[in-house]
Design a protein around this ligand. Structure first.
Ligand code: SAM
Length: 273
């Protein structure tokens, strides 16, 4: 049997389609999400409904965002879900989650077994809407979950860790083997819960500056800050900020990156690089 066909649908690689087929894993994810009537749940990539059905059973209404036209059409005629669903047949990367939360009159609870090919840019897109989001539960490549939760001093710690932890509390939920999907992906997967901080622990004055610093530092993660950030900070300035310029990007905490960004926002470098 062609293992790319699931419930009569041929899985499309370009849409990152790996459908969950393991009932125990599905139930574990749904109980981690713990959907309650009246909440504004939004699923990204409902696919053939592996999570949509058990979540939808517990709710009166559910919003889904599905790029694949055929799958969106199937959901439109789903025997018991259809009347509960608001279906956006569009790219989740173009979804305005703030507008959606406004329509729903409450913060969103976003979840999904995400297409792995776009999961990192999609996370960054969602981070820009954390004011409109109560929490998020995502199935991701295990390696991406490791990066989201990583702390300083580890190999997995990078720009994604800093930005995720700037916005959210990040909690790993469960690991999922390839066999839980049809077709099985080539990598291990894991579910993560992200809860946007009610009050940002280290607010920055300009996010673009935090982005710029973390990009510059981690793009050259083997170099010391003296070298990778030399055009933005003198070693003396870093010392004043309590950051040793002999450190590498992976040894700098989220709080320190934010402090550096705030310094730069107030003291822009005279010579742009
Ligand atoms: N939720 C289903 C499950 O667990 O079996 C399907 C998960 S599958 C990994 C990813 C789903 O996201 C597919 O249904 C795919 O068509 C959809 N998708 C892919 N790219 C998308 C995008 N940019 N925006 C919204 N949905 C997308």
């Amino acid at each position: 049997m062609n293992n790319r066909v699931h419930q009569g649908h041929l899985a499309r690689k370009r849409f990152g389609q790996n459908f969950l087929n393991d009932q125990f894993i599905i139930e574990s994810i749904v109980s981690a999400i713990n959907p309650q009537k009246g909440q504004a749940l939004v699923e990204i990539g409902p696919g053939l409904g592996a999570l949509t059905e058990p979540v939808g059973e517990r709710l009166d209404a559910l919003t889904v965002v599905e790029l694949d036209r055929d799958l969106a059409a199937r959901l439109q005629t789903h025997p018991f879900l259809a009347p509960k669903l608001t279906i956006y047949q569009q790219d989740a990367m173009t979804m305005d989650f703030a507008e959606l939360a406004k329509k729903q009159g409450q913060a969103l609870r976003v979840f999904g077994n995400l297409p792995y090919n776009i999961s990192t840019p999609l996370m960054f897109h969602l981070f820009s809407y954390t004011d409109a989001i109560a929490d998020m539960h995502f199935m991701l490549q295990k390696e991406v979950v490791n990066r989201l939760v990583a702390g300083p001093g580890t190999k997995a710690y990078g720009r994604l860790s800093v930005m995720a932890q700037y916005y959210c509390k990040v909690i790993p939920v469960l690991e999922v083997p390839p066999g839980a999907f049809t077709p099985p992906p080539k990598v291990d997967s894991a579910v993560v819960r992200l809860v946007p901080h009610a009050t940002l622990p280290h607010p920055v004055k300009a996010l673009n500056i935090l982005n710029r610093i973390t990009t510059a530092a981690f793009n050259q993660r083997r170099k010391t800050l003296r070298n990778s950030l030399g055009n933005l900070f003198s070693p003396e300035t870093l010392a004043e900020l309590g950051v040793d310029s002999a450190l590498r990007a992976e040894n700098v905490s989220v709080a320190q990156y934010c402090q550096m960004a705030n310094f730069l926002a107030e003291n822009p470098p005279s010579q742009e690089s």
